[in-house]
Design a protein around this ligand. Sequence first.
Ligand code: ATP
Length: 770
Amino acid sequence: MAPTEIPPPLPGKKRRIGVMTSGGDAPGMNGAVRAVVRMSIAQNCEAYVILEGYEGLVQGGDMIKEMGWEDVRGFLSEGGTLIGTARCKSFMERPGRLAAAKNMVLKGIDALIICGGDGSLTGADKFRGEWPGLVAELVEKGELTAEQVEPFKHLNIVGLVGSIDNDLSMTDATIGCYSSLGRICESVDYIDATAFSHQRAFVIEVMGRHCGWLALMAGVSTGADFVFIPENPPSDDWEKEMCHIIKQHRDMGKRKTIVIVAEGAIDRNLNKITPSMVKDLLTNQLGLDTRITTLGHVQRGGTACAYDRMLSTLQGAEAVKAVLEATPETPSPVICMIENKIVRRPLLEAVKQTHEVAEAIGAKDFDRAMSLRDAEFAEYYQAYNITTSSDQPKLRLPENQRIRVGIIHVGAPAGGMNAATRAAVAYCLARGHTPVAIHNGFPGLQRHHDEGAIKEISWLDAESWASKGGSEIGTNRGLPSTDLETTAMCFAKYNIQALFLVGGFEAFTAVSELRKAREHYNSFKIPMVILPATVSNNVPGTEYSIGSDTCLNSLIQYCDACRQSASASRRRVFIIETQGGASGYIASIAGLSIGALAVYTPEEGINIKMLDRDIDHLRETFARDKGQGRAGKIILRNEKASKTYTTEIIANMIREEAKGRFEARVGVPGHFQQGTTPSPMDRVRATRFGVKSLQHIEQFIGKSKDEIAADPMSAAVIGIKGAKVLFSPMEQVESKETDWKDRRPKDEFWMDLKSIINTLSGRPQAPKGE
Ligand code: ATP
């Protein structure tokens, strides 16, 4: 996500950039509009919004409106789209597009950023292709003069994908999809409680006509018993297969049944599979008390989750850069996200590939339909299947290849720890391995005489853990080094043949200790994988730790509440202290997601000049605010940003300097940041990475202890690095990538984002050399 160099605007001319939202609304669209408007202004351009999608472009006049910096204040925390969206029939026809072209020239706009679904983006590219012809026709008809159109020879189009379905190919996530998934999971969690109480079955229909992303991810996140998606319909005798799996779950002691059906669910002959068909089967074949819930437009609504706010902000900023860098020859780009990397892809190709999915489904070529979705989708599908049913004889390994896998949580609890453990347990059982819980971390292991300290986990034990917060097997910060002797003895005594660790920097330290102690203790010569899980996101070897997304969601909820209170009482700034240890990740990304006025991190520290500038900025911002509302301001300060300038001291300084013109309050969310229910992103990634970790461990089956110890990949950390998910050898990560003193990675990817955070909040920059 390194910022690219932006060429300066043409001398004497300010570019005018238009932004619109089109198609179905999606949470996060407002964040994109805010970012485009502010980034355009910051780049010395003029920003315009087009109201009501293409309708505004066709009608022109007041529907195309210049926006100032302050006009988008508060946009990040609003749901839907504040500039309106519509389905516009007239833009589908050339005369509509001709009117749109005329209005754009009259307003002096030659670049358009469209946030919408594949239909909106197809329309945009068509408009661009026709542009020279449209402009020539306007001159021919005498509606515009040659002079008027002269500066508008080319139209620049940049697409942002705003769609809850996550149906566009070439991107892992569309703006709105994780908010929508959050809404679905919240609803399923509620239904789950009722289903459990009454031992009922629920069939839940979710959105997605040609795309099963929401249904599949909801299935992974909630541990649903069966999922129907359009890309990969179930086998021909799906009725029997579904009933068999559900009966088996019930026989094993499960009290409830959840089946998720995508709107576009079909069988392999393209016949629709409806929730009522599923309900009839569950009622008649299995005798289950079954209800149907159609979630409908609830899935679209509400404010955006932290990820969508971040995604829309970064993509909006990138879209402005793409406009400024475009040449007449550059194909129209769409801004995409691959794992953790913002990338540009050719818009037409992405749309074409998206349409091919529907075509492949129509032609019953389901393998192709699956392959046209990104690789991540297929991995989730596989993870879902493996973790849903333990009775999969085809997956079972021969007896001599089965091992006992120790599972341990280390450090503070983080959202997704239980989902990762559930996935590991289910994977082990499907393959014939024995999953063994080491309760309460390494101190728990070292107290192995305690009853239940080390215990095999059954499928039913872990089955309901997908959505649970905290740590079901117990976690502890203690390290193996407290008592290496006993730790090694326990590994041997309980025949731990592989270790799967879930935790933060302590878990990372624990693996480092175990790896180094291999020369003295044979029982540590086993494959070990750590799945980073911590709200601080400070584990080297990955750009993302599970739990950090849950934390960000809790934090923005807290900040939204503070801002609302501050707006209501007017002219108030909240200084909010975040967790994160010596890493400013949480503070910075929360700052990006809520539009904080300033973010103080340990990496940068705090100094008096910085505070002076920020207080001046506050004064100016409050002076400019003429009571149009949304006046609450937030400053985020990481708990370790400075020993001297504590949160309280900063608030006092601001109060003193404000001289009664505004006031300052302190907010310390503390452990609230660990969240309650894990976010869907943490749950699905925990599941996917949990399965991948066990697959990695399996590569060492059959190898001798010395062979294992000699292989650097036998002690590894799984993580996201840029656009890839990969395993990194501990040996390399701990020696080259770790800042041991500050307990964080040496190279923190998000530092590149700081300039965007500051630009979009209008924060004054430090003069060079300060
Ligand atoms: P969603 O994913 O929510 O359906 P979408 O962008 O795909 O979003 P559409 O209704 O397909 O939604 O398109 C929105 C608008 O984009 C249409 O009402 C129309 O104005 C314009 N549009 C769509 N397809 C085309 C096209 N082929 N040519 C011109 N304009 C189009």
